[in-house]
Design a protein around this ligand. Sequence first.
Ligand SMILES: [Zn+2]
Length: 203
Amino acid sequence: MAIKKQKQKKSPPKKIETDKNKKLSIAVAKKKVTKTTVKKKVKKTVAKKKKLKVSAKPKYQGEKNFLASIQPYKIKKTERYMNARQKKHFIEILERWHSLLVVEQDRTADKLQDIAGNFPDESDRATHEEGFTLELKTRERERRLLNKIDSAVESIDQNDYGFCSACGIEIGIRRLEARPTATRCIDCKTLEEIHEKQQFGSV
Ligand SMILES: [Zn+2]
């Protein structure tokens, strides 16, 4: 018996044996590690989590919060309207907004899929229809906003950005910072809204 065992050990499954040994030594090592450095390990994972939180992509907090986060451009008295520096300022705003929205849109799509996937039963789904409809509306709004941002970036490239599409005057830095996708000056926008109200009689 003893000889047989030895033979078995020595000859064929050498690899398995070494693997076994490795596993064993790893297990022993692990045991030692967990016994002595549990506290350190916990600290490490906490640190890791914190790090992850910091390096994670910034979450989109909605249009209002995004607009509030815009750092106002410092206008020099002598500078020309929509010079290169101003253009850069707005390109940066629009691109930041764009990338935040794209991430947010993915999350909205995931939510929609979750709702659809979690409630395959029609009656169940009906109770969640409100949430579903809300997410659909959100997605549609995000899509429209992304389109507006895209055309704003395009208009910067074509040197049209910042000028009213109706009357041609300067829209103004401050109005653009409050509404980076604006295509009309405040007067034309107000007029348009009055016309709309008259047309649809929403007063
Ligand atoms: Zn105008």
